[in-house]
Design a protein around this ligand. Structure first.
Ligand SMILES: Cc1ncc(COP(=O)(O)O)c(C=O)c1O
Length: 424
């Protein structure tokens, strides 16, 4: 079946449910990364420049490149990895064609300030709300309702391991965005649905049934066991050829599909049924995330973040709580010994990642951040903890010879601007 024939049937109910939550139009996509790609292709002409965060999934970096756009790395706040709007140089604003927020781990980016800057520059604001499905801004608005478009992932809080939404304000855009999405879809394949159906069993580690090898094979085929390191290999030579062929997903397939090979496969009935059940349970899950977030931030390990509820906002139902610790590797190792896996690490920042693999032309793929130290410090010290396992995590951390840390003066905006030492 040719690309574009496999339209997702049965997604209307999911779109209506999410649409009611957000008060925005919602278009189902097989993944958040595809929603972002659709948004970038619709709102930005190829050849443009997009301000984004360097502490982000590398997949998103490749999505931006696939859309024929050049990533421009923003200065970040070292406390939560959000974009430091005031530190973005004026000349950077003049050359941009869009801004993408990350809302890292569920902490909202300062979208009111970003919205104002984007409006002044006449460019779109695109919210990546993958980690922030239940997060709210200080004024009470939901993350994902401020930008021209927002992309949600149903693989995070919802736990469906498939699916996403593109949210947008204008009902009149639906036919065009639907056509754009449909042209990118691959048909639902029986094998892909079957793999999806066995995935929970594969992940449960069915040792007793002697299915471990089959389970790992299934995960590899799903793209869930592809990374040896935090960052995937960049493959600079191949990437340069792909960039020359942009825009288009096909040249970037091997990068964009990492962790989720069926990222653009139209959903079959198994996927949709499981997604509907899990999305219906979202409020209960958000309550668990919120309670765990409060417990972690109340502990001494959350001291770098201030009190939950500070500034009149409620505790966010964070997807992960980025505790700031003195020795992150020691914490990860100790947690692994208790079978608690720490994922969603984004270290090093994307500009360092891109340069490290291509020292001859360090700015070949992205404009580096003008203030790299806050991002590097946050990327090195953030321990993204699943709030649903807050009690276990706190027990492990409390038994370790490591400490909570706060960003030192050297990596705050002023200190970084003076170029003083890195701070550990
Ligand atoms: C910040 C961020 N945005 C987008 C995505 C992509 O989500 P999906 O896997 O649904 O494509 C991820 C995936 O982990 C992510 O971490």
């Amino acid at each position: 079946m040719a690309r574009g024939e496999g339209r997702p049937e049965g997604t209307a109910a999911l779109e209506a449910l999410m649409g009611r939550r957000l008060g925005r139009q919602c278009l189902y996509t097989p993944s958040c990364r595809l929603a972002l790609y659709v948004a970038l292709r619709h709102w930005c002409g190829p050849g443009g420049r997009v301000l984004m965060s360097s502490v982000n999934d590398d997949v998103i970096f490749f999505v931006v490149l696939a859309a024929g756009l050049r990533p421009v790395q923003a200065p970040l706040d070292p406390v939560d990895g959000s974009i430091d709007v005031a530190a973005v140089p004026e000349e950077t604003w003049r050359g941009l064609s869009a801004v993408i927020t990350t809302n890292l781990y569920g902490n909202p980016d300062p979208v009111a300030a970003l919205r104002a800057r984007c409006d002044a520059a006449g460019i779109p604001l695109i919210e990546d709300a993958a980690h922030a499905i239940g997060s709210r801004l200080p004024d009470g608005r939901a993350v994902g309702t401020v930008g021209d478009a927002a992309a949600f992932s149903l693989s995070k809080h919802v736990g469906a391991k498939t699916g996403g939404f593109l949210a947008f304000a204008e009902p009149g855009l639906r036919p065009e965005l639907t056509a754009l999405r449909d042209a990118l879809l691959e048909p639902a394949a029986l094998g892909s649905e079957a793999l999806y159906a066995v995935r929970p069993y594969a992940e449960a580690g069915v040792r007793g049934l002697r299915l471990v090898r089959a389970a790992h094979l299934a995960l590899r085929l799903l793209g869930a066991e592809e990374r040896q390191e935090i960052r995937m290999p960049l493959r600079a030579g191949e990437l340069r050829r792909a960039v020359a062929a942009a825009p288009g997903l096909d040249p970037f397939e091997s990068w964009v599909r990492v962790d989720m090979h069926p990222y653009r496969v139209a959903p079959g009935r198994v996927r949709l049924r499981r997604t509907a059940r899990l999305l219906g349970d979202l409020d209960r899950r958000l309550a668990l995330h919120r309670a765990g977030t409060a417990a972690l931030l109340r502990s001494r390990w959350g001291s770098g973040h201030g009190e939950p509820g500070a500034g009149g906002t409620r505790t966010q139902p964070l997807f992960r709580v980025p505790l700031l610790v003195s020795d992150r590797d020691a914490a990860i190792a100790a947690l692994a010994r208790r079978h608690i896996t720490v994922g969603y690490l984004y270290d090093p920042p994307l500009d360092v990642y891109a340069a490290g693999n291509d020292p001859d032309s360090s700015a070949a793929f992205t404009d580096p951040s003008p203030l790299p130290r806050p991002a590097a410090w946050f990327a090195r010290h953030a321990l993204p903890v699943d709030p649903c396992r807050a009690d276990e995590v706190l027990r492990v951390l409390d038994g370790l010879p490591i400490t909570p840390v706060r960003p030192p003066a050297a990596v705050t905006r002023d200190g970084a601007a003076e170029g003083s030492g890195g701070g550990g």
